[in-house]
Ligand binder design. Sequence first.
Ligand code: S3P
Ligand code: PEP
Length: 440
Amino acid sequence: MTESSAHLDLWPAPYASGAVDATVAVPGSKSVTNRALVLAALASEPGWLRRPLRSRDTLLMAEALRTLGVGIEEGVGPDGTGEAWRVIPAGLHGPATVDVGNAGTVMRFLPPVAALADGPVHFDGDPRSHERPLHGVIDALRVLGARIDDGGRGALPLTVHGGGALDGGKVDIDASSSSQFVSALLLSAPRFNQGVEVRHTGERLPSMPHIRMTVDMLRAVGAQVDEPETGGEPNVWRVSPSALLGRDLVIEPDLSNAQPFLAAALVTGGRVTIPDWPSRTTQPGDALREIFTGMGGSCELTEAGLTFTGSGRIHGVDVDLGEVGELTPGIAAVAALADSPSTLRGVAHLRLHETDRLAALTKEINELGGDVTETADGLHIRPRPLHGGVFHTYDDHRMATAGAIIGLAVEGVEIENVATTAKTLPDFPQMWTEMLATEA
Ligand SMILES: O=C(O)C1=C[C@@H](OP(=O)(O)O)[C@@H](O)[C@H](O)C1
Ligand SMILES: C=C(OP(=O)(O)O)C(=O)O
């Protein structure tokens, strides 16, 4: 926060002089790709992932699984169309070293996989990865029979001393700091000797759609899952031990990465179509249809995809984003440009995401002349006339896209380190520029 702008890598965020009118094909979902990779690696037969996301987070996941012995080959899908990964499960071996980068999915989903390997697996990542919560996974794995050396930190770096198999069984966890603790334990559980029974004992559990995604994807590969939403006990998930099927899976577009493009329609009073928007999905980004409609505009789901049309007015919202926390930076950016104040609630856990997102959004929007205050669990955003300036991103892909949204309406915004979007959307700057080339 103290760097002088002379040494910064700055990207002039394009200003929109008119209404955008574009179709933007968004690459595959990070959350679906990384779950599909883990499940395919644990299956008893080869499988295919078609149209996988290729970004820092998913390449780190693929590389980590390869390091453990899994085959992941480039190819075209069985029907001859589209780029694909063929995943060939194999015995999981240590010693191995896994770089998690700053990927929540890698640092949380892979220690349970490593517990099944036949040797030590060392995990480390970016400096920020040492600060992100992991205790839920570490403590739970120990209860389930794993040996983990974390130097008493309850966080990265750590070594999982895989014993070739894991007992599994019942475990209580507090997943109020990340839903990924629950997803991590469930994803590998079919391969635990006794499966797993996970009970969340803490306060609010964030990001429920992502847990639904885990359950749906487990069921799709043949796992038996009991869970609260289909008649199970509240806050308890059970996965039985079983073999998993290798599947041929087409990865949905990343609806959270569609957010900045939909926001562009809202902010410029234009129109953006996202092809292949799924008619049924567990992705949290699907909530944008309702949230952005409430902020001004309308959407229509047709054969062509989801078309969002801005009305030329942007309204503030009062909304609990606890289920869809990863949408917060983009919603905050739009809210800073609205005609009335907004309150974003239910997202205290964002303080431990890629960066402290509540502090970062507050500081960066205020430095452009905004009036944002942090609350215990979110943000109050009172729109003010904004001016240009540097928008710092703190190695957070969603800070970069949030700054780009503001830059559409405010001349002279410069995004520091826009390349950080490579975490989930490496082509963002080019896609953004191309979208704007179609201004009406
Ligand atoms: O399981 C997943 O794929 C994710 C779950 C959520 O994590 P938290 O519950 O830690 O917010 C979300 O924010 C993250 O971007 C992806
Ligand atoms: C919180 C996010 O990522 P991660 O999977 O690293 O938790 C995100 O993508 O907004």
